[in-house]
Design a protein around this ligand. Structure first.
Ligand code: ADE
Length: 452
């Protein structure tokens, strides 16, 4: 590949004579030619700039000088031959952010000409004019700050692209697992000898030789780093590439991931999903409990009411117990359950009515006994979608004209959520968790049975 770097300060580019870039030039993998823009001036003062039309501070680089230069440089390179890919790259703080993806794309070009502006930049017509030729024009920025000129950005581009050319980096594997790789995560931290340095130890897990554990630890570190340092990258993560463990790590790092491109599918639970449902239920039930409830009481409740055998029993009775689940594709190609609802159609089982205002809860109302979504998916719209599907499911069965539920009086988030979905509080009930009787609000929503 050939780089033509055009500048009024050619000495800037001596940096490319060192290290891997220097070696790549020696071995002919990379051909870097530096040009002094002033060689294309036509006046005694070798002028390259002038004051801006429309007024304002600073000077603008003249298009006529750049035009003469670029015509020559673009004709000189191998790109002059037809069908070869030529790129004119113009560093500017107002360009598109340079990313690893762009560098990878540019590594497929034959010639990259970098036009380094100074002062207030280059007359816009230069970029616009060459875009009309068979030249790709890329106005790029290396970050949200302003440099004195494009030279440093040109160095960055040359190295970012040059190191991707075959043979430039000795061990191509080192290109695979680095930051800004395919997954969009930052790289995990690395350690080497000595094992203890200034009372700081290398993390134990890296010393044990358990490759699966090391891989998991490194992925966790990548996720945590990315969450803390680059929340913008977390928002871009492909949700389907994250498994439940990844999501838990992100939540631990304070990032509730709102997946934008996850395929969440809601449907009836299958009869073989009792185990997965029990695990999901055990993970999510504690979130809805008031803070004063002890762990033992919560565990007792889970053991009795949310066990695999309880779900097996409910799944065996789909006429009375409707179980809906939200599924996402897991990274291993399987499925993860991320939320569920259980609706009892046979009546408000376990919902005493004496604390409910008379006439507000109909006998035979469907009872939404469970509606839970994993914490990582809160705010993603999954809970609302599950709830609405549960309501539609009740309507389709045409046996009930109301759907009722109970939620702890301290759980304001849940109450707001149900109100937003058309439920209103009609009274209270007691709800036992282990040895503790809790007070729940009872909420009701009308449903319109679909007849026929
Ligand atoms: N020229 C001046 N500032 C720049 C930046 N941030 N990126 C690219 N070129 C520039």
């Amino acid at each position: 590949m050939r780089f033509d770097l055009v500048t009024i300060f050619p000495d800037y580019f001596h940096a490319l004579d060192f290290s891997l870039m220097g070696k790549a030039q020696e071995t002919g993998l990379l051909d870097v030619v530096v040009h002094d823009l002033r060689d294309w001036t036509e006046d005694a003062h070798r002028t390259v700039d002038d004051s801006p039309y429309g007024g304002g501070a600073g000077m603008v680089m003249r298009p006529d000088v750049w035009g003469r230069c670029l015509d020559d440089v673009l004709a000189v390179g191998p790109g002059a031959a037809p069908r070869l890919r030529r790129v004119l790259a113009i560093p500017t703080p107002s360009g598109v952010p340079l990313t690893q993806r762009i560098a990878e794309d540019l590594a497929g070009a034959n010639q990259i000409v970098v036009a380094c502006g100074r002062y207030e930049g280059i007359d816009q017509r230069v970029a616009d004019r060459y875009r009309q030729d068979e030249v790709e024009v890329l106005e790029f920025s290396i970050g949200d700050y302003v440099l004195n000129g494009g030279e440093v950005a040109a160095l960055v581009l040359t190295e970012a692209v040059g190191r991707l050319l075959e043979g430039v980096v000795g061990n191509p594997e080192s290109l695979v697992e680095e930051s800004h790789g395919e997954e969009g995560l930052l790289e995990y931290p690395e350690f080497t000898r000595p094992r203890c340095w200034r009372e700081l130890d290398v993390p134990e897990v890296l010393l044990g030789g358990n490759h699966a554990e090391i891989a998991r630890w490194r992925r966790d570190q990548s996720l945590i780093r990315t969450a803390h340092r680059r929340p913008d990258l977390v928002a871009e993560l492909e949700a389907t590439h994250l498994d439940i463990h990844d999501r838990e790590v992100l939540v631990g790092a304070g990032k509730i991931l709102v997946p934008r491109r996850a395929d969440v599918v809601i449907g009836l639970a299958r009869s073989d999903e009792a185990g997965a449902l029990a695990r999901l239920a055990a993970d999510t039930f504690p979130m809805a409990c008031p803070p004063q409830l002890g762990e033992t009481d919560i565990a007792d409740f889970i053991g009795v009411h949310l066990s695999e055998s309880e779900f097996t029993r409910m799944l065996a009775d789909p006429d009375d117990h409707r179980i809906l689940v939200a599924r996402v594709k897991a990274r291993d190609g399987g499925e993860d359950l991320i939320g569920y609802t259980v609706t009892v159609l046979g009546g408000p089982d376990g919902m005493p009515t004496e604390m409910v205002r008379p006439g507000r809860l109909e006998l035979g109302a469907a009872y939404l006994s469970k509606c839970y979504v994993r914490a990582e998916w809160h705010g993603s719209g999954v809970s609302g979608a599950l709830l609405e599907r549960a309501v539609v499911d009740v309507e389709a069965r045409a046996r009930n004209s109301q759907i009722a539920l109970g939620t702890n009086i301290a759980n304001k988030r849940a109450r707001t959520f149900y109100r937003r979905h058309g439920f209103s509080v009609v009274g209270r009930r007691t709800f036992e968790v282990g040895s503790v009787a809790n007070i729940d609000d009872v909420l009701v929503r009308k449903v319109t049975p679909v007849v026929g």
